[in-house]
Design a protein around this ligand. Structure first.
Ligand code: AMP
Ligand code: MG
Length: 484
């Protein structure tokens, strides 16, 4: 990034940053850093000793800049809820620098590290609940096998942060926190959009040249776009496989590496419902509902194509864009059939899948538990009963099971792609409440469970159980806001 044009100013005064890809800015010191978690496997990735020393706490909370770090906030724009929003940028994320270890280069970024030129009207900080949610979910995603940014650490700042949780006029103080995230790059679609929106082809060209050299070596711009399209299609299919709803798929929250990025008001499908979104900010239009994510990804890719148009072959961009729906559908169909253990070569396979989707739309059915419980040699009504939130049409379920059980299925393969432990909304909320109450064991315990999501173990039933009735309408469980 240092080779790219940067902002001439280095203060945090809110401003439009023109002709630049980033602004040099340091984290703002916090009162009392306390490390709640250092993820050992991410520490190993970047070659860091995970022992939680006071010095490490200082670095990971933004109080200590060590030699070699060149902190900056990136400049980007984005389409939010379908509308061009202009300059957004890292309003509370500050990249400390890059580390090369074992031949791979990683960007280390603090989220919640204080104001930057992109903070607009906000405070540059993050609260414990949203920071913990980011740490837990990014690590869970990684172990599920879904492309994602990683999380190295979670630190309390010892400073309160004021938030209106439900945007209903009841602001309150919450504990502040900082997450250190790790990825090859945090570049988003919006990093490119901003320069094209400003008609700044020179800066766009420099950013594109850097991106090609660093992440898509040997490719043309059109080939890079094709690769991003392929990765995004795969990512959408993977989100559907595990039941993840991102919640805010704005173009500034779309990674050019096809990673899950910016965990905010995300949620996990408990009762299967393609129309569900956890994000109450999106309650009316439900743009970012579970089943709409592939279509939104396609729309977002169209915005990226527009951003790249000044420096790429237009016909090639268009052809790539047109190829997205088929690319996604192929992955999605293959994935859903694999979830059922079916090879997809039998004429009745697609009908079985369609009938199952219809069954799940008639009675609230736990998506994770259902597929997991089908992964047995002789599935019966008894083996799947646990997945239903209400009484299903038993005759119909049994009729489906009879056809299904007669097929030759790959149950070992099913157990390897249908997780038993996902970061269920209510489970994570319970851990947040425990940590807020001073419990220091609940978070490491949850991270341990999610480290082996396909490996069902006795004693962990409470992490796999379907959503209890109390969690149906509880904030943090089925309703989340962008307030974080
Ligand atoms: P998000 O909805 O989290 O993707 O954020 C959208 C934009 O708002 C990004 O530019 C963020 O950096 C910015 N933003 C969100 N929360 C804050 C905050 N507390 N302080 C400063 N900027 C923020
Ligand atoms: Mg964002």
């Amino acid at each position: 990034m240092r080779t790219l044009p940067g902002d001439a100013r280095t203060d945090s005064r809110i401003r439009e940053v023109l002709g630049a890809c980033y602004s040099r800015i340091e984290p703002t010191r916090v009162a009392k850093p306390e490390l709640l978690a250092v993820v050992p496997e991410v520490a190993a990735l970047v070659g860091l000793d995970p022992t939680p020393t006071p010095e490490l706490a200082d670095v990971l909370a933004g109080n200590l800049i060590v030699p070699g770090m060149v902190p900056y906030a990136a400049c980007y724009g984005g389409h939010q809820f379908g509308t061009w929003a202009g300059q957004l940028g890292d309003g509370r994320a500050i990249t400390l620098g890059e580390v090369t270890h074992d031949g791979a280069t990683w960007e280390l970024q603090l989220k919640g590290a204080g104001p930057t030129p992109y903070s607009r009207r906000a405070d540059g900080r993050a609260v414990l609940r949203s920071s913990l949610r980011e740490l837990v979910c990014s690590e869970a995603m990684h172990h599920l096998g879904v492309p994602t940014t990683r999380a190295l650490s979670l630190a309390l700042t010892g400073e309160p942060v004021m938030r209106d949780l439900l945007y209903d006029g009841h602001p309150a103080h919450e504990p502040g926190a900082v997450v250190c995230r790790v990825a090859p790059t945090f570049l988003r679609f919006g990093n490119f959009e901003i320069h094209t929106a400003r008609d700044d082809k020179a800066t766009l060209q420099q950013l594109v040249d850097y991106t090609l050299a660093a992440f898509f070596p040997g490719m043309s711009v059109a080939e890079m776009f094709h690769e991003i399209m392929l990765r995004t299609a795969w990512l959408m299919s993977e989100w559907m496989r595990v039941g993840f709803v991102h919640g805010v798929m704005n173009t500034d929250n779309m990674s050019i590496l096809g990673l899950t990025i910016d965990y905010g008001p995300y949620g996990w499908i408990e009762p299967f419902d393609p129309d569900w979104t956890p994000n109450i900010t999106d309650a009316s239009g439900r743009r970012y509902r579970f089943g709409n994510q592939p279509a939104v990804a396609h729309w977002n890719l169209a915005q990226l194509a527009r951003a790249l148009a000044p420096v790429a072959d237009l016909d090639a961009l268009r052809a790539t864009l047109d190829a997205f729906p088929r690319e996604f559908s192929q992955h999605y169909r293959a994935t859903m059939l694999r979830k059922l253990g079916l090879p997809g070569t039998h004429g009745g396979d697609d009908a079985l899948l369609a009938e199952l989707a219809d069954l799940m739309s008639h009675v609230e059915t736990d998506y994770t538990l259902l597929f997991r419980r089908l992964a047995t040699t002789h599935p019966t009504f008894e083996s799947v009963r646990e997945a239903f939130y209400a009484n299903p049409d038993r005759a119909r379920v049994e009729a489906w099971l009879a056809t299904y059980a007669a097929r030759d299925r790959d149950t070992a393969g099913m157990l390897a792609i249908n997780p038993i432990y996902v970061p269920r909304n209510y489970v994570v909320q319970r851990v947040i409440e425990a940590v807020e109450a001073g419990d220091r064991a609940a978070l490491p315990e949850l991270l341990d469970v999610l480290r082996h999501p396909y490996d069902e173990r006795p004693g962990l039933e409470r992490f796999a159980a379907k959503r209890p009735e109390w969690a149906r309408v509880k904030p943090g469980c089925s309703m989340l806001s962008c307030s974080s």
